[in-house]
Design a binder for this molecule. Structure first.
Ligand code: EPZ
Length: 429
């Protein structure tokens, strides 16, 4: 199995191209199930999760074609992929595929809306918490679906089609919002979704659905209104830049020191990051086509942060922030409010010499003057990259095992960091 080796101590200088957002690309791909015409997605990141979802969609009958490189285009630019779900040949999403990637559960709403029936495996728990799907099912039932759970599968039927409804989600869920929103585009009449997730990736999917002929208003707010239409047509959509990748590289630069331009990053998507980095003593500057991040000399200052749904500080940047704060000049407080078990990186950071105490949903990170390289591994994507961030400042070699987690969500991570001067390489086993 591949590992990443990092020798800490190098400053980062140069430019990093920010890729298309994984968490928008996945639901956008799923949206292709709603139409028998072609959905073309540009700026698609080259990620293991995208490839896996291509397999899953292929099972349902979606044809896919990837454009070749155009003159002058290099690997730093995303791919263009065409998705054509002319005919859905299978409305079952099997356990062996859904269990590999939770987001594939979101095929439920679109399959149900288009084919009036769907059989999708329950995704099960995962490394960051129990992650139930009750809001998804509640929303689809409100649209008139009959839902049963049988042998680990959700069986959903709506023989007369879905009907618009007024849905108030009991809590904010990105996935439930995607799932129900996609289904509601083809329901009869109006649907109102209250307490919907406001994450930019939800907005990106809604914009794309509107290009396909859906009638969604309230995009960006917590109340979405959807006027159902009979059918959706083809469209072309450009995936928005990855705000989590943006924040991750900002923290990498903060950790290593230096000055890097995050090209293509959108400052408006990472507003919550600016005050945190300012407190930490890191400079983030909005520039024409991105964000310039720099830190020179002085030690990092501790921060007090809690994760929240958008526009709050994202749970998907919590591990990276913790990695960064292991070297701060004092004690930081980081509270995780979205997932109950998203601290799997704590034990691994400790292997590098970090001092972190956990109490319930809060971590106290006592900044150290030095970290020392070690063999580490992580159980999820963001946890893995927090170890890379720590490794950038650790003395000696850090080996991050289970690189497949990183490959799920970071495009060419080691190449992007090495191009800015990091001593980092992938070691293929
Ligand atoms: C999405 O997961 C993201 N995944 C996650 O990113 C992200 O951490 C999360 O949203 C929160 O921002 C993708 O976009 C592919 P949720 P999702 O439903 O939709 C509870 C990454 O690293 N809940 O918003 O699965 C749930 O248990 C990944 O890229 C219910 O109680 O998350 C959690 O506590 C990991 N019932 C909270 O809501 C439900 O029916 C938020 O979960 C659904 C959710």
């Amino acid at each position: 199995m591949d590992k990443i080796r990092i020798r800490g101590g190098n400053r980062l200088n140069g430019e990093i191209q920010i890729s298309g957002a994984k968490n928008a690309a996945l639901p956008l791909m799923i949206a292709s199930l709603l139409s028998d015409e072609t959905l073309t997605l540009r700026n698609m990141p080259r990620l293991a999760d995208v490839k896996l979802l291509q397999r899953i969609l292929g099972n349902h009958g979606v044809d896919m074609a990837v454009d070749g490189k155009r003159p002058g285009q290099s690997d730093v630019h995303g791919e263009t992929i065409h998705f054509s779900a002319r005919q859905i040949v299978d409305t079952t999403a099997p356990y062996d595929l859904v269990s590999k990637m939770r987001a594939s559960f979101w095929v439920l709403g679109p399959l149900l809306a288009r084919c009036r029936t769907a059989r999708v495996s329950l995704p099960g728990g995962c490394a960051i918490g129990t992650r139930p799907v009750d809001y998804h099912l509640m929303g689809l039932e409100a649209l008139g679906a009959k839902i049963e759970i049988e042998q680990g599968y959700v069986l959903a039927d709506a023989p007369d089609g879905l009907k618009g409804a007024h849905i108030v989600f009991p809590g904010v869920s990105v996935g439930a919002t995607h799932n129900v929103l996609m289904a509601a585009t083809l329901a009869k009449g109006e649907t109102i979704m209250e307490n919907a997730a406001r994450e930019p990736e939800v907005g990106d999917v809604a914009e794309c659905l509107n290009k396909m002929g859906a009638k969604i208003s309230g995009i960006g707010s917590s109340t979405l209104r959807i006027e159902g239409v009979e059918r959706l047509h083809g469209a072309t959509h450009m995936v928005l830049p990855d705000r989590i990748e943006t924040g991750t590289y900002a923290m990498a630069v903060a950790m290593a020191g230096g000055e890097v331009t995050l090209k293509g990053a959108r400052a408006d998507l990472v507003e919550a990051l600016f005050p945190v980095m300012e407190t930490a003593g890191v400079k983030m500057e909005r520039i024409n086509d991105g964000i310039k991040v720099s830190r020179n000399g002085a030690r990092l200052h501790p921060v007090d942060v809690e994760t929240q749904a958008y526009p709050g500080f994202p749970t998907d940047m919590q591990a990276q922030l913790m990695g960064l704060m292991t070297m701060a000049d004092g004690t930081s407080k980081i509270r995780e409010t979205i997932f109950e078990n998203r601290f799997m990186h704590v034990q691994e950071l400790a292997r590098l010499g970090a001092e972190i105490t956990l109490e319930g949903d809060t971590a106290q990170v006592h900044g150290a003057e030095t970290l020392t390289g070690a063999e580490v591994m992580a159980t999820d994507l963001r946890a893995s990259v927090s170890l890379v961030i720590a490794g950038l400042a650790a003395q000696g070699d850090t080996f991050v095992n289970r690189v497949y987690h990183l490959d799920r969500g970071f495009e060419q991570l080691e190449k992007k960091l090495a191009a800015c001067g990091a001593d980092i390489e992938r070691i293929s086993a």
